[in-house]
Design a protein. Sequence first.
Length: 194
Amino acid sequence: MPDAELQLAARAARGDSAALEVLYRRHVNRVWRYARLRTHSRDDAAEIVQETFLRVTRSIAQFKGQSTFTTWLFAVARSVAIELARREGRNRALIDRSAVLRLVPRIRKGEGSIPDQETREAVRRALSQLPGAKRDVVVLCELSGLSVKEAAGVLQWSESRVKVTLFRARRDLRDRLKEYVAGKPARSLRDKES
């Protein structure tokens, strides 16, 4: 953890509301993006962000710096998102369509090309069909921008487990989207689903 952030967290733990405000401003957009990717709902994302930072405020004294503040924060956000999904009876987190734009070039051969709406929708569907652990790793590493080490901390896994799961998730996505990866017409995937 950067020394400055560790110092901010320590000050916040001692009741310094200005330090807590700085931490909030540094991380609120990333937590918001993560929540939107998990829920596909502005209202649910807002609830996750609010509850995450309420929990951080209440439990900052428990943060001992054994991981980065970011890792700890995302673990809290993930926990809140899971609780919200359970409370609302959802089985799968939905993926924000705009986030798919960042993932498509990683699985398409024609990197640099802007995917069409149908391709983005196919990727979103494929992502939402991944089992929970694979989906979580893709959302954390590929779409939320966390490092493998940070994702490992959030998930309480080893880094190697995150790397293996991410590799397998990418492979599964490529398999589910082979028509798109090969550059074939988008409608061939839709025809197979009918």
